[in-house]
Design a protein around this ligand. Structure first.
Ligand SMILES: *Cc1c(COP(=O)(O)O)cnc(C)c1O
Length: 363
C-alpha cells in the first residue's frame, strides 16, 4: 500500500511502534504472556479514561461495536432513552436503540452546534428515563458538547449517562470519574492512532447495577458483557478468541499515550487546531461550529460557494497524498472534515496540509 496522510475523520496514521507491535508472533489467547499484556492494557485504559472502574476493557470490534455493546447490555426493550442528536452518531444510536425495542426520545440540535442542555432537561423531566445518550465529540460536525453538564442532568433525573467518546478520547479531556459518566465507549483509530478494530469501554457502578438488574440476558451473545468480562477478569473463561495482534497494537498505542502524558497530548491537539484555524483564516476559510464548541481533532471547514469541493479533495488525494473527509448528511457539500488526530496533531502536518490546500484552491 502507498502511504497516505490521513487527515479525515479517522482512521489516523499509526506510528511505527504500533505497526511493529501488530506484526509480533501471535500467541494463544490464554498464554500467560498474553494475559500479562491484557492486565497492563486494562491499567492503561483506566488511566486513559481517568477512571477506577474495574470493568474497563476493549471490545472486539470498531467504535460502533462499543456503542452496540453498551446499549445492548444497558437497555432493555421498553426502556425510555433520551438521545441527543446533533450529527450522524447520535442518529446512529437512536436507530440502534429502536432496534432494541427502546422507547427513543430524540432531542435534535442543528448540525455544527453542541448539545443544548435545556431541551434535554425538558425531555428527561417528562417521564421516567433509563438513560441519556450523547456524543461528546461529534465527528460528523466538529462540535464538542459539555459531557459533565449532560451527565449531571441525567443523574438529576435518575438516568444513566452513556457517552460516545470515540473521537474525544486521547485528544481532549475525558474525565470519566470526575464527570460521573456511567458508561463510555471509544474506538482505536481516531486520537489513539491504532488501526480500527477495537472499542475501549468502561462501565461504572450504576451501569454494573443495570447489568445485574436485567430482566433477561442481552439479545447479543457475542457482546454479552457478563460473559465477556469473565474472560478479561481473573476467571479467564473462554468466550471468544481475543484479537491477539490487535491487542498488541493497542497496548503499543497506549504505551505512547502513557509516555507522552495525557495533558501534553491534549495540549498538542489544541495547538495543532489553533495553527490550522489561523492558517485557514489566511486563506479566507472558517470553521463551522462556534468558538468554544470546536473539536481540536476534527475541523469542519466551511466550503466557499465558488469552490468545487470534490475537485479539491481529489487533488489533495492524487497530487499530495492527503486524505480529508467530505461532509455527511445535512452537511454534505457544505464542509470538508479535516482531522488532526493522534499522531497527526503536529505543526509540520498542519503546514503540509495548508500548503497543499492553498495550491488546490489556486487551481
Ligand atoms: C468514528 C465514530 C464512531 C464509529 O466508529 P467506527 O469505528 O466507525 O465503528 C462513533 N461515534 C463517533 C463520534 C465517531 O467519530
Amino acid at each position: 500500500m502507498n502511504e497516505m496522510l490521513l487527515l479525515g475523520p479517522g482512521p489516523s496514521n499509526c506510528p511505527p511502534s504500533v505497526l511493529q507491535a501488530l506484526a509480533q508472533p501471535t500467541l494463544g489467547h490464554l498464554d500467560p504472556q498474553f494475559l500479562e499484556l491484557m492486565e497492563g492494557l486494562q491499567e492503561d485504559l483506566r488511566s486513559l479514561f481517568r477512571t477506577r472502574n474495574a470493568l474497563t476493557i476493549a471490545v472486539s470490534g470498531t467504535g460502533t461495536c462499543g456503542m452496540e455493546a453498551l446499549l445492548t447490555n444497558l437497555i432493555e426493550s421498553g426502556d425510555r432513552v433520551v438521545v441527543c442528536v446533533n450529527g450522524v452518531f447520535g442518529g446512529r444510536a437512536a436507530e440502534l436503540l429502536r432496534r432494541l425495542g427502546a422507547r427513543v426520545e430524540s432531542v435534535e440540535e442543528l448540525w455544527g452546534r453542541p448539545v443544548d442542555p435545556e431541551p434535554v432537561a425538558v425531555a428527561l423531566a417528562a417521564e421516567r428515563t433509563k438513560a441519556l445518550f450523547f456524543v461528546h465529540a461529534e465527528t460528523s460536525t466538529g462540535a464538542l458538547s459539555d459531557a459533565k453538564a449532560l451527565a449531571a442532568l441525567a443523574h438529576e433525573h435518575g438516568a444513566l449517562a452513556i457517552a460516545d467518546c470515540v473521537t474525544s478520547l486521547g485528544g481532549v479531556p475525558v474525565l470519566v470519574d470526575e464527570w460521573e459518566l456511567d458508561a463510555v465507549f471509544s474506538g482505536t483509530q481516531k486520537c489513539l492512532s491504532v488501526p480500527p478494530g477495537l472499542a475501549p469501554i468502561t462501565l461504572g457502578p450504576a451501569a454494573l447495577d443495570a447489568l445485574d438488574e436485567r430482566r433477561s440476558p442481552p439479545p447479543s451473545w457475542y457482546l454479552d458483557l457478563d460473559l465477556v468480562r469473565h474472560y478479561w477478569g481473573p476467571q479467564r473463561t473462554y468466550h471468544h478468541t481475543a484479537p491477539v495482534n490487535m491487542l498488541y497494537g493497542l497496548a503499543a498505542g497506549l504505551r505512547l499515550v502513557r509516555e507522552e502524558g495525557l495533558e501534553p497530548r491534549w495540549a498538542r491537539h489544541q495547538a495543532a487546531h489553533d495553527r490550522l484555524v489561523s492558517g485557514l483564516a489566511e486563506l479566507g476559510l472558517e470553521i463551522l461550529p462556534p468558538p468554544g464548541a470546536r473539536l481540536p481533532m476534527l475541523n469542519a471547514v466551511i466550503i466557499p460557494d465558488d469552490v468545487n469541493e470534490v475537485d479539491v479533495r481529489i487533488g489533495l488525494r492524487d497530487r499530495h497524498r492527503i486524505e480529508i473527509g467530505a461532509g455527511l448528511g445535512d452537511l454534505k457539500g457544505r464542509v470538508w472534515r479535516v482531522g488532526l488526530m493522534g499522531e497527526n496533531a503536529r505543526p509540520e502536518v498542519v503546514d503540509r496540509f495548508l500548503a497543499a490546500l492553498a495550491e488546490e484552491l489556486g487551481r
